[in-house]
Design a binder for this molecule. Structure first.
Ligand SMILES: NC(=O)c1ccc[n+]([C@@H]2O[C@H](COP(=O)([O-])OP(=O)(O)OC[C@H]3O[C@@H](n4cnc5c(N)ncnc54)[C@H](O)[C@@H]3O)[C@@H](O)[C@H]2O)c1
Ligand SMILES: O=C(O)C[C@H](O)C(=O)O
Length: 336
C-alpha cells in the first residue's frame, strides 16, 4: 500500500514538475487557491507573491506534506516579484480589489487595470513562456491589457493567455442541477462570451433540458448564471465577492492547463481567449471551449448551434464586449 502511494507521488512529480506562481496570493481568492495548488500533484514549486503577508501564508501552506516546495515573495524585497516569476510555467493572477454591493465589475477598472498592467509587465520580462491565467476583474478588459503588455515586450503568445471564466461554468452546473434535481457533477452547460452580466451566455438550447424547461425557468436560470457574482456580493454585504468557489474554479482551470502541458488528451475547458470566432466583427477576445495541449491552446471550438433567443443575447454580449476590450487596449496603449 505504502509503496503504491510512494510510486504514485513519485511518478506525478517526476514527470510533471511544474512551477506555479500566484500573484495576489494572500487575498480572499489567493489563499484558498494557493492551498488547492499545494494539493495538486503536478505542482512541485509553488511561489506566492502579494503586497502583504506572502511569507506568512507561504510558511503556513508549506507545512502540508505534498511534494512541492512553497516560497513567499514580498513586495518589500527589491527582487521579490522577479524571483516569484523567474521561469515559472503558470501564473495565476487574482491580485486586485473585489466588488462591493452596487458596483459593476467595470467599476473596478480604475484600480485593477494598473495592478494587472504592472504584474503583466513583470511576467513578460521574467517568464515570457508561462501560461498566464487572469482572474482579476474586469476580466473582459484585464485580459486584453495583458495581451498588449506582452505584445509591447515582443513576447506575446496568444496560445498561453487565458481569462478564467470557469466560475460561470461551475455555477451553471450547480444551478441547473438545483432545478432538474440531478447530480451537479454530471451537468455541463456551454457558457460563452465574456465574464460580466449580459456578456455571460449559457447555451441552454444545447443541453437536454432545452425543450423541457419552461420559458420562465429558462429566463430565471440564464439570469442567475449571468448574475451569480452579484448574488455573492450581495450576500457578503460589503465583505467582497466570490472567493472560495472562485478558488475552486481557478484551481480546476489551472489543473486543466497543466494537464494539457503534460500531454493529456481531450482536455477541454471554456476560457476567455484571443479568439478568431468574431474577429471579423472587431471582437478580439471571446470565451468558448478550448482544447488544451503541451503548448497551451490547441484548438478554439466554435460556439455550436444556438437558437433565436440566444442569438439576441449574443448580439448584446458582443456590443458590450467590444467596448470592454477596447477600453483595456486603450489603457495599455496609453502607458509608455
Ligand atoms: N474571474 C472571476 O471569475 C473572478 C471571481 C471572483 C473574483 N474575481 C476578482 O478577483 C480579484 C481578487 O478578489 P479577492 O476577493 O481575492 O480580493 P482580495 O482583496 O481579498 O484580495 C486581493 C489580493 O491582491 C493583493 N494585491 C493588490 N495589489 C497587488 C499587487 N500589485 N501585487 C500583488 N498583490 C496585490 C492584495 O494585497 C490582496 O491580498 C478581484 O478583482 C475580483 O473581482 C474574479
Ligand atoms: O462578481 C464578482 O465581482 C466576482 C466574480 O467575477 C464573480 O463572478 O463572482
Amino acid at each position: 500500500m505504502l509503496s503504491r502511494i510512494a510510486r504514485r507521488t513519485f511518478t506525478s512529480t517526476a514527470f510533471n514538475p511544474y512551477k506555479v506562481t500566484v500573484l495576489g496570493a494572500c487575498g480572499g481568492i489567493g489563499q484558498p487557491l494557493s492551498l488547492l495548488m499545494k494539493l495538486n500533484e503536478k505542482v512541485t514549486d509553488l511561489r506566492l507573491y502579494d503586497i502583504k503577508n506572502a511569507k506568512g501564508v507561504a510558511t503556513d501552506i508549506s507545512h502540508i506534506p505534498t511534494n512541492s516546495t512553497v516560497n513567499g515573495f514580498s513586495a518589500e524585497e527589491s527582487d521579490g516579484l522577479t524571483n516569484a516569476l523567474k521561469n515559472t510555467d503558470l501564473v495565476l493572477i487574482p491580485a486586485g480589489v473585489p466588488r462591493k454591493p452596487g458596483m459593476t465589475r467595470d467599476d473596478l477598472f480604475n484600480i485593477n487595470a494598473g495592478i494587472v498592467y504592472d504584474l503583466a509587465t513583470a511576467a513578460a520580462k521574467n517568464t515570457p513562456n508561462a501560461a498566464i491565467l487572469v482572474i482579476s476583474n474586469p476580466v473582459n478588459s484585464t485580459v486584453p491589457i495583458v495581451a498588449e503588455v506582452f505584445k509591447k515586450n515582443g513576447v506575446y503568445n496568444s496560445k498561453k493567455l487565458f481569462g478564467v471564466t470557469t466560475l460561470d461554468s461551475i455555477r451553471a452546473s450547480r444551478f441547473i442541477s438545483e432545478i432538474v434535481k440531478t447530480d451537479p457533477t454530471k451537468e455541463k452547460i456551454n457558457v460563452i462570451g465574456g465574464h460580466s452580466g449580459i456578456t455571460i451566455i449559457p447555451l441552454l438550447s444545447q443541453t437536454k433540458y432545452g425543450n423541457s424547461l419552461t420559458k420562465e425557468q429558462k429566463d430565471a436560470l440564464i439570469h442567475r448564471i449571468q448574475f451569480g457574482g452579484d448574488e455573492v456580493v450581495k450576500a457578503k454585504n460589503g465583505g467582497g465577492s466570490a472567493t472560495l468557489s472562485m478558488a475552486q474554479a481557478g484551481a480546476k482551470f489551472a489543473n486543466a492547463v497543466l494537464s494539457g502541458f503534460a500531454g493529456e488528451k481531450n482536455v477541454i475547458q471554456p476560457s476567455y481567449v484571443d479568439s478568431p470566432l468574431f474577429k471579423n466583427e472587431g471582437i478580439e477576445f471571446f470565451a468558448s471551449p478550448v482544447t488544451l495541449g503541451p503548448d497551451g491552446i490547441q484548438e478554439i471550438h466554435p460556439i455550436g448551434e444556438i437558437n433565436a433567443e440566444e442569438s439576441e443575447l449574443l448580439k448584446e454580449c458582443k456590443e458590450t464586449l467590444k467596448k470592454n476590450i477596447d477600453k483595456g487596449i486603450k489603457f495599455a496603449d496609453s502607458k509608455h
